[in-house]
Design a protein around this ligand. Structure first.
Ligand SMILES: C[S@@+](CC[C@H](N)C(=O)[O-])C[C@H]1O[C@@H](n2cnc3c(N)ncnc32)[C@H](O)[C@@H]1O
Length: 394
């Protein structure tokens, strides 16, 4: 065990050295746009290149995806596992990214972490603190290197959704007791799970996943999962506050009859949907949501097309022509909006838009296409609401 490292951390490190996580290639994840995140909060970032930390970046799938689309933002990825960091470094090299640095850092001490003056503007920590012996202390430590205006994107396990794994775990524990080396447990467990999947649906998913996912899900040496109250306590104990869920659409209560005003709608959604993970944005007390857009502030406010959504132009080939049939916008959450009327005009302009624009410029562009000023204003509000455009920091 490396000197000074506690037993749990040493075991977690050994697991991820042997099974670097996750398998796969760099990807674009929800809430990866640093500038857009900082445009949501009340306190402003200083004028300098933004600094983002991925705390427990693993093989760097999210880190590299985010860095590739934000060349002006500086990314730091840290992890316990040198094998994972080597894979992340290979992706950085392959994609010729000049804005990523990687370092072996233990998040239970943060020793060796190079913190930019004033702290990181954005911190991502996905699937990490729940593997620590004291997750609240780990999260509090991350809060300590988050700038006062910063946003921390956290993902931790949700208990109800992970109960579906319990049956598999119990069988594995019975045939390959905990405490034995993970690689040996894996070798014993896989054929058993495959055999059980042939007759028992509860084992089908486990039989399909790759070894890395199998180990992370069913053979982990240290993990905690949370119910909603436990999550709130974790955030409180870390001295942070919730800004919002990463995917507010998911957490919107479906229309339900006779629902009292006082009901905890998050608790209703958690009970109905049993999410496997909680993904949320955290801030320091004293920071919080930015004042909403008003008729006065919108003209001067700066916006940009979301980097997390995509436009889909549906065309049809006829014998003599190619017809544009529909324009859709797929938001970061996956929700698809078919754009019609003024929104379609806005979408066609925004599809081609590079860089920032003010509310006044947006309105003038639409008025240039024959839209009234009032309709252009409503279109901007709707584009913002559905996540097609994001508001930038002042
Ligand atoms: C489930 S993986 C998640 C990887 C990455 N965040 C992602 O979402 O793809 C958990 C990662 O956290 C790292 N980790 C766990 N405890 C850590 C600690 N104390 N310090 C640094 N990294 C840690 C592990 O090495 C592992 O790479």
């Amino acid at each position: 065990m490396p000197s000074g490292m506690d037993t749990t951390t040493a075991e977690v490190r050994a697991l991820y050295e042997r099974f670097p996580y996750p398998a796969g290639a760099p990807e674009l994840r929800l809430s990866c746009d640093a500038e857009a995140l900082l445009g949501e909060v009340a306190l402003s970032a200083p004028r300098r290149p933004l600094e983002v930390l991925d705390a427990g970046c693993g093989r760097g799938l999210g880190l590299v995806g985010a860095a590739a689309i934000q060349p002006d933002v500086r990314f730091t990825g840290v992890d316990l596992s040198r094998a994972s960091l080597a894979d992340a470094q290979a992706s950085v090299k392959r994609m010729e990214l000049a804005n990523v640095r990687l370092a072996a850092v233990d998040l239970t001490t943060l020793e060796g972490l190079e913190v930019p003056p004033g702290g990181f503007d954005v911190i991502h920590s996905s699937g990490v603190v729940h593997h620590m012996a004291d997750p609240a202390a780990g999260l509090r430590r991350l809060g300590g290197v988050l700038a006062p205006h910063g946003v921390l994107v956290l993902m931790v396990y949700a208990r109800a959704g992970r109960e579906r794994y319990a049956k598999v775990t119990q069988v594995i524990d019975a045939i390959a007791p905990r405490g034995e080396p993970v690689a040996e447990r894996l070798a014993q467990a896989r054929p058993v799970v495959t055999a059980l999947a042939a007759t028992h649906e509860a084992f089908a998913e486990a039989a399909r996943v790759d070894d890395v996912e199998f180990v992370d899900r069913y053979l982990h040496v240290q993990e905690v999962s949370y119910d909603l109250e436990g999550l709130r306590q974790l955030v409180r104990e870390a001295g942070l506050e919730v800004l919002r869920w990463c995917d507010p659409d998911y957490w919107t209560t479906p229309p339900l009859p006779n629902l009292p005003q006082t009901v905890d709608s998050d608790a209703v959604v958690a009970a109905v949907k049993a999410p496997r993970v909680f993904e949320l944005l955290l801030v320091h007390p004293g920071n919080g949501p930015r004042a909403p857009l008003t008729a006065e502030s919108v003209a001067q406010s700066r916006f940009r097309v979301s980097t997390e959504g995509t436009f889909e132009l549906v065309t049809r080939c006829t014998p003599n022509d190619v017809r544009q049939e529909a324009l859709r916008f797929r938001a970061a959450s996956g929700r698809v909006h078919t754009l019609t009327g003024v929104l379609a005009v806005a979408g066609l302009c925004l599809r081609e838009q590079r860089g920032a624009f003010t509310g006044a410029e947006f309105r003038d562009a639409l008025v240039g296409f024959g839209t009234t000023g009032a309709d252009a204003g409503m279109a901007l509000a709707e584009c913002f609401r559905i996540g097609m455009i994001v508001r930038l920091p002042d």
